[in-house]
Design a protein. Structure first.
Length: 265
């Protein structure tokens, strides 16, 4: 590791500290402990980012794991405070910002799968995990972002892809990519984007098309319908017959149309 974190922090606008750790169970576990201490002691959450070179127990959304072999990706958790109003669309804001980083820096056609998985060519390049605890009207947020930089062979991530595989750049240096990543999100979070702009840009970047057959899994319930879009609050809209179902959280899975399924023998 050759990143001079002190020099890096000196030119950042938001992040007060940057920690790069060779190996850790999970950067999100570290973040949860910090947030708990801040809430319990009624102190401000520092704006910071923790990045691991390897995670032994990396976390994805729900109960999923995030494969985090040494030196193959960016495994990060950002500590960030914001108002409850900004929190509502923050997952979409982060997804849009991550797409912009990949597109502008590496000329990668990154797109968003609701709510905030990042795909290239239909395969998952990056994932986002956001959670928060409230203190009065202030949200203490942990933003977990994992980006596959170099390929690695694991059957359980067969639908994943790495930046190395999709960019036209001849060489990638993990330290340089990590530094650019930190600088980008420092600026992006420092400068708030309007809610309407976030929704408008997300709609332009989504992989979903109106009429796509989708299966939404929300806890133990599932909804089969067709994609309508998202509303101004970022909720997914699925049409089921004459009704439109609004989904605030869950997983979307591409599915064959109901008619096609009923015709199968």
């Amino acid at each position: 590791m050759s990143i001079d974190t002190r020099k890096l922090v000196s030119r950042l606008r938001l992040f007060e500290s940057v920690a790069i750790i060779p190996r850790v169970r999970s950067t999100h576990e570290i973040g949860r402990k910090v947030v708990a201490e801040c809430v319990e002691n009624e102190i401000d959450l520092p704006s910071a980012v923790v990045i691991a070179r390897e995670q032994l127990n990396g976390r994805g959304r729900g109960s999923r794991s995030w494969s985090s072999p040494f030196g193959k990706g960016i495994y990060s958790t950002i500590f960030f405070s914001c108002t409850s109003e900004r929190l509502a669309l923050l997952p979409l804001e982060i997804a849009v910002s991550l797409c912009k980083f990949l597109r502008d820096t590496f000329s990668v056609e990154a797109k968003v799968k609701w709510p905030n998985d990042i795909l290239v060519g239909g395969k998952k390049l990056a994932g986002i995990l956001a959670e928060a605890r409230m203190r009065d009207n202030l949200a203490y947020v942990l933003i977990g972002i994992g980006v596959n930089i170099f390929p690695h062979r694991e059957e359980r991530i067969a639908n994943a892809v790495s930046l190395r595989e999709v960019t036209q750049q001849e060489s990638l240096d993990l330290d340089q990519v990590t530094t650019a990543f930190i600088e980008h999100f420092d600026q992006a979070l420092f400068t708030a984007t309007s809610a309407q702009s976030i929704v408008d840009i997300w709609r332009k970047l989504t992989v979903h098309q109106a009429g796509d057959a989708m299966l939404a899994v929300v806890g133990e319930r599932s909804y089969n319908g067709t994609w309508v879009g998202i509303d101004d609050d970022g909720r997914a809209l699925l049409r089921q017959g004459d009704q439109v179902v609004k989904i605030s959280a869950g997983d979307l899975i591409a599915a064959p149309p109901p008619d096609a399924m009923s015709n199968e023998q």
